[in-house]
Write a protein that binds this ligand. Structure first.
Ligand code: GLN
Length: 196
């Protein structure tokens, strides 16, 4: 499978940028809005945006259980920013009724970097990505407060975990789709290639 088909969850968020980054990284990329479309993809990206809205829309569009099942089936999933929140098993600073798809045994704190530091960029060394640090774009970003034993921490910033992987699920607090550097997407495309 040289050119895997990778969906971008298109309920809300920066879908277009991920479609382009995935195509540049060697995948066939398409937006996914309906549960039936999950059958035709080898992996899925959950974009940045607003996780509370994404959670509500997932319920309205009947995508919550199908996406949970997709993750449970071991299909590769990559969540950026709000997408990281959606693949967390547990949340802090979220409304009680905010749902996630889960997949990574971690606790994620929403909007963790605080008001002073709402948006910023920083050079981030990511384990498994050759060629030096990636430019991390953080926009009202979450961080990972704690992880379970099966979770690999791939990157930290200022003492906080900002990139993780558990099995086939990858998550970053930051937005590599906004930089034109597609090495993180290439890592995910490789994960998808090695899955099927
Ligand atoms: N703060 C947003 C949330 O909680 C995430 C921001 C982003 O995706 N850039 O969903």
């Amino acid at each position: 499978m040289n050119t895997p088909t990778i969906g971008v969850l298109a309920l809300q968020g920066d879908v277009r940028e991920h479609l382009k980054a995935l195509a540049d990284a060697g995948a066939q990329a398409r937006p996914v809005r309906r549960a039936e479309e999950l059958a035709a993809i080898d992996g899925l990206v959950i974009p940045g945006g607003e996780s509370t809205t994404m959670s509500k829309l997932a319920v309205v569009f009947g995508m919550l259980e199908p996406l949970r099942a997709f993750v449970r089936a071991g299909k590769p999933v990559y969540g950026t920013c709000a997408g990281m929140i959606m693949v967390a098993d547990k949340l802090l600073d979220a409304r009680d009724d905010q749902e996630t798809f889960g997949g990574i045994d971690m606790i994620v704190r929403r909007n963790a970097f605080g008001r002073q530091n709402e948006s910023f960029e920083a050079a981030i060394d990511v384990a498994g990505i050759p060629g030096g640090p990636v430019e991390g774009v953080f926009i009202r970003a979450p961080w990972v407060e704690s992880v379970g034993g099966e979770v690999e921490v791939l990157a930290t910033y200022d003492g906080h975990t900002v990139a993780v992987r558990q099995g086939n699920v990858l998550a970053t607090s930051f937005h590599p789709e906004l930089t034109g550097d597609h090495r993180v997407h290439a890592l995910f495309v490789d994960m998808v290639r090695h899955t099927v």
